[in-house]
Design a protein around this ligand. Structure first.
Ligand code: ZN
Length: 74
């Protein structure tokens, strides 16, 4: 073969990012608390009050506290 081996073979649907839906947490702007996406307490929270974080670490970095009920720890 020559050096013309091109990038025609790409891996199928690799995101290449460590963003996993399972690690996402949702912060509540008013209370500065973040929750697991499935937490019951989020049902009363308006979309406009929600802040999506890709991980609990991100939420803590943003000054949010973990919810004591759903305990969204990594
Ligand atoms: Zn919660």
């Amino acid at each position: 073969m020559t050096d013309r081996e091109q990038l025609s073979v790409e891996p199928p649907r690799r995101t290449g990012r460590a963003v996993d839906v399972a690690t996402q947490v949702i912060g509540v702007h008013a209370s500065q608390v973040f929750h697991d996406a499935a937490c019951d307490e989020l049902t009363d929270v308006a979309q406009a009050q929600r802040v999506l974080f890709v991980s609990p670490y991100d939420a803590v970095d943003g000054g949010y506290q973990p919810c004591p009920r759903c305990r969204p720890d990594p």
